[in-house]
Design a protein around this ligand. Structure first.
Ligand SMILES: CC(C)(COP(=O)(O)OP(=O)(O)OC[C@H]1O[C@@H](n2cnc3c(N)ncnc32)[C@H](O)[C@@H]1OP(=O)(O)O)[C@@H](O)C(=O)NCCC(=O)NCCS
Length: 329
């Protein structure tokens, strides 16, 4: 991959909806409490989309900021990838809706479904297209409105999720910088551990699917937790190995923000000190595909990376899937 033109991040933007749902708000909705949520997950609050906001609206706000920071407009884009599991509708894709709103006439646009790993899958896809010479400037967005598929009577899941969007512009960068390696993978056999069954071609929407709550996220928390801890470790070591780097070379670790205990287990395995790890799960909870870009963009806005720093992103999610990347900022 490294003998082709260097490709990296040339613009960043993020957006979270205004409304905040705190743990104490949730205490009034289900049998839970702040102490349980904070000690088991690290989450204190999450942002929730307004009734008139869909995933493309969150993605649009993040995209505008990313374009601005790259000094571009929509017409400079030739590829748009939206990683999401909560598209505005089955089709047209959320990426096509965005292409129109951004005035990115003629740009290729598609959605990518890899749940919480989707953003890293999107980065790998865009990087490959650009390195091949097919495209030059790609908008890659992770955006999700998990509140729309969360059952707010189920305490096992409703405390865990939030809404948001993070966007980057991917394009050519100076020699020595950019993406150094990717490690993407899946374990389809574990798909039923984390899923939304209803509304597809297997179980089309019906009065029965609604009654049986098939349009909400189902999760086997304990099994997903074990999978997450395992692949966060293995994918991180693998992606470093592919880049010819060592744990000690990592300047900033940007993990998927699902649960502070999963992040801490990865920190221990990699022997990473707190100051090298981005954590914002307390403010946003798990925003699925938006989680890694929200963390990456927030770290950039806070000046936590300087040119030449080695940034390691890693995520896991439904599928089951995982994705990791080494990026020289
Ligand atoms: C969901 C998760 C936080 C639960 O934490 P845990 O320590 O494993 O908790 P357990 O599953 O052992 O449940 C312990 C008890 O707490 C209860 N509980 C679950 N949610 C609760 C809540 N919000 N408030 C209070 N109690 C709750 C359970 O009902 C269970 O009670 P029981 O033992 O009487 O059945 C944890 O499993 C997890 O984070 N899993 C991974 C989730 C994830 O990352 N998903 C997204 C992947 S992209």
């Amino acid at each position: 991959m490294n003998n082709l033109r260097p490709v990296g991040v040339i613009g960043t933007g993020k957006y979270v909806p205004e409304k905040i749902l705190t743990n104490s708000d949730l205490e009034k909705m289900v049998d839970t409490n702040d102490e349980w949520i904070v000690s088991r997950t690290g989450i204190k609050e999450r942002h929730i989309a307004a009734p008139d906001q869909a995933t493309s609206d969150l993605a649009y706000e993040a995209a505008i900021k990313a374009l601005e920071s790259a000094g571009m407009t929509g017409s400079d884009l030739d590829l748009i990838i939206v990683a999401t599991i909560t598209p505005d509708s089955a089709f047209p894709s959320t990426a096509c809706i965005l292409q129109d709103k951004l005035g990115a006439k003629g740009a290729a646009a598609f959605d990518l479904s890899a749940a919480c790993s989707g953003f890293v899958y999107g980065l790998a896809t865009a990087t490959s297209f650009i390195k091949s010479g097919l495209y030059n400037n790609a908008l890659v967005i992770g955006a999700d409105c998990l509140s729309r598929i969360t059952d707010y009577t189920d305490r096992n899941t409703c405390v865990l999720f939030g809404d948001g969007a993070g966007a980057v512009i991917v394009g050519e960068v100076p020699e020595g910088r950019g993406f150094k390696s990717f490690d993407l993978g899946a374990e389809g056999a574990g798909g039923s551990l984390l899923q939304l069954e209803g509304g597809g071609s297997r179980l089309p929407a019906s009065a029965e699917t609604i009654e049986n709550k098939k349009h909400y996220i189902y999760m086997n928390g304990r099994e997903v937790f074990k999978f997450a801890v395992r692949v966060m470790g293995t994918a991180t070591l693998e992606v470093l190995n592919k880049a010819g780097l060592d744990r000690s070379d990592v300047d900033l670790f940007v993990p998927h923000q699902a649960n502070i205990r999963i992040i801490q287990s990865a920190m221990q395995r990699l022997d990473l000190p707190e100051e090298k790890v981005v954590v914002n799960v307390d403010k946003y909870a798990n925003t699925s595909a938006a989680s890694i870009p929200l963390a990456l963009v927030e770290a950039a806005e806070e000046g936590r990376m300087k040119a030449g720093d080695t940034v390691l992103m890693v995520g896991f999610g439904g599928g089951l899937t995982w994705g990791a990347s080494v990026l020289v900022w």
